[in-house]
Design a protein around this ligand. Structure first.
Ligand SMILES: [Zn+2]
Ligand SMILES: [Zn+2]
Length: 188
């Protein structure tokens, strides 16, 4: 869904949507499960910088909620988590600040996003909002045992002998050699 400034100049646009998986591309970090619900309103805010210098900002206010699969931080198995957040964002036309390198940027201004050309895609905003709402670290369970750093098995479901065995690969080679010698010496 695209919010065009020309349309928003006439009247604010309200939205209430359920987006199918794939509409918002969150990359490999989060995979959407089922519909992503989002609703809110877009409107134009006019920044009066001078008598003839009026900048049309887009204010996008709303919320989203959905289920996502993210990899467990230890064993990389997919974990389903609910994500949701409210947002109230200002987007300025990218050209409006093109000559603003000398203008001092105050703290609130760093929160401002930009839109290209004549409008703003809701999907782009949602992708960023979903990624921002991701927890720093998700575990499939609090005591996830993770992957074996040596053989890579998932220690939650499989037991490997790496832990008890010596970590020296030369010993393994030796053990293999001994096995071969023994089978030669005792053919049955
Ligand atoms: Zn895990
Ligand atoms: Zn192992």
């Amino acid at each position: 869904m695209e919010f065009k400034v020309v349309d928003l100049e006439r009247e604010p646009i309200e939205f209430d949507l359920e987006l199918a998986p794939g509409v918002v591309d969150c990359g490999s970090e989060a995979e959407q499960q089922g519909p992503l619900a989002t609703s809110g309103q877009a409107e134009v805010l006019h920044e009066h910088r001078g008598p003839k210098d009026i900048v049309a900002d887009i204010r996008l206010k709303g919320r989203f909620a959905g289920k996502f699969q993210v990899p467990c931080a230890r064993c990389i198995e997919p974990v389903e988590i609910p994500l949701g957040a409210e947002f109230d964002l200002i987007f300025r036309p990218v050209a409006a600040d093109a000559d603003a390198t000398e203008r001092s940027i105050t703290a609130p201004e760093t929160e401002i996003g930009y839109y290209q050309k004549d409008g703003l895609a809701l999907e782009d905003v949602l992708r960023e909002q979903v990624l921002l709402s991701l927890p720093v670290r998700t575990l499939c369970k609090p005591d996830c045992k993770g992957l074996c750093p040596r053989c890579g098995v998932n220690r939650n479901s499989q037991v490997c002998s790496c832990e008890e065995g010596p970590s020296d690969l030369r010993w393994e080679a030796l053990a293999g050699l001994r096995g071969r010698i023994e089978s030669k010496q005792a053919p049955r």
